[in-house]
Design a protein around this ligand. Structure first.
Ligand code: NAD
Ligand code: GLY
Length: 353
């Protein structure tokens, strides 16, 4: 078991280990006393893990209520958010009570935002059950729901009081979702840690998940401690994301976020080297890592369409953006570029082989 302390506007532990869901109640009692909790989870996760989480909390003397919503990104909406907040109000939760986000990034983002809003803020606990949530979304306090105009447009920085990551929960995760999480793991390697990248490049990762997740969390902890509110170094975590957002949108969200990030990293690495911003060409290594981890390396969208969408995302022309450049493997930098350069960057997407 590993415990990583995050020192941001709230100080909290991220506990990572095998079969630790049964200790959720004990950890929560030590933080909140014998209060009440709403366990928020989606329909897929509820089948596998709700009972175990509930039993642990109740055995420790915490009364629980369940809020189960339909699995999927469509539920990361203001409607589900308000339903959850109304549910908390109807059940007369107080500031001594708390929410438990049991699930992936959709559950964590939506529950965190509800916790930040209800009674002007009640505590919440993240129990990530996807690899993506374990290595990224459960840590660092970015919470949000989507609006019609775009993803994550309504949100808040609001840190959890605890993150408890039971690696056993990943045993029921579909392989495609595991691969989506691996895209974020590869991303951490390229941005911060060549050793981590080398370790995961072969795709032989399953026997070492505790160490891999812990390393990603340490890297995220460090960047969040430096830049909790995303005005500087935290933007490095957007490596591959500029084109990824375009790919997701053009595919009408048929291409999942992790798959889109995998392709976006290839485009960013290739363009950065070709345009003379990188000291080393990281493209081939990223392509190999993607392939070995069941991730795509290219898409068939027209470069101009990718750039158009990326630019409309920024809602402006004539400005600049911070583009994440892999200077060498394991070290990325932010490069301020004119938004129009996105057209040049998009040219480096190669059609699927
Ligand atoms: P998700 O929560 O929708 O989970 C993916 C799928 O896996 C869902 O169908 C879910 O029901 C299922 N699932 C989850 N855990 C399972 C388990 N253990 N067994 C079986 N099925 C399981 O999506 P995600 O990929 O975890 O997260 C994506 C979301 O995270 C996006 O909305 C994205 O914007 C957000 N995100 C947030 C941050 C942040 O810093 N807050 C970072 C990255 C991504
Ligand atoms: N997932 C990006 C961030 O937390 O900043």
């Amino acid at each position: 078991m590993k415990v990583i302390n995050v020192n941001a506007s709230k100080n909290y532990d991220v506990i990572i280990g095998k079969d630790i869901l049964s200790s959720l109640g004990e950890k929560c009692v030590s933080l909140f006393g014998k209060s009440r909790a709403v366990i928020v989870t989606d329909t897929n996760v509820a089948v596998h893990w709700l009972e175990k989480a509930k039993t642990s909390l109740e055995n420790s003397g915490i009364q629980t209520l369940d809020f189960v919503f339909s699995a999927g990104e469509e539920s990361k909406s203001k409607e589900t958010l308000f339903e959850l907040i109304e549910f908390a109000a109807e059940n007369k939760l107080t500031r001594s009570d708390f929410l438990v986000a049991l699930g992936g990034g959709v559950t964590g983002d939506m529950t965190g935002l509800a916790a930040s809003l209800f009674l002007r803020g009640i505590p919440f606990v993240q129990v990530p059950t996807t690899l993506l949530a374990a290595v990224d979304s459960s840590v660092g306090g970015k919470t949000a729901v989507n609006l019609t105009a775009g993803k994550n447009l309504m949100g808040a920085f609001y840190q959890p009081s605890l993150v408890l990551c039971d690696i056993n929960t990943l045993s029921t995760l579909p392989e495609t979702e595991f691969a989506n999480g691996m895209a974020e793991v590869i991303k951490y390697g390229v941005i911060f840690d060549k050793e981590l990248f080398d370790k995961v490049q072969s795709g032989d990762v399953k026997s070492d998940m505790e160490n891999i997740i812990a390393r990603c969390v340490e890297l995220k902890r460090d960047v969040v401690a430096k830049d909790e509110f995303d005005t500087g170094d935290r933007q490095l975590l957007n490596f591959g994301h500029t084109m990824a957002h375009s790919i997701e949108k053009i595919s009408n969200f048929e291409i999942a976020h992790g798959n889109a990030v995998a392709i976006g990293m290839v485009i960013a690495a290739k363009a950065s080297y070709a345009l003379g911003w990188s000291k080393e060409d990281c493209t081939a290594a990223i392509i190999e890592a993607n392939k070995n981890n069941n991730l795509p390396t290219a898409c068939d969208f027209a470069p101009n369409d990718l750039a158009d969408v990326a630019l409309s995302d920024k809602k402006r022309t004539g400005g600049t953006i911070n583009f994440v450049v892999p200077e060498i493997m394991g070290n990325c930098i932010l490069k301020k570029i004119p938004v129009e350069t996105l057209y040049q960057i998009a040219e480096y997407q190669t059609p699927s082989p």
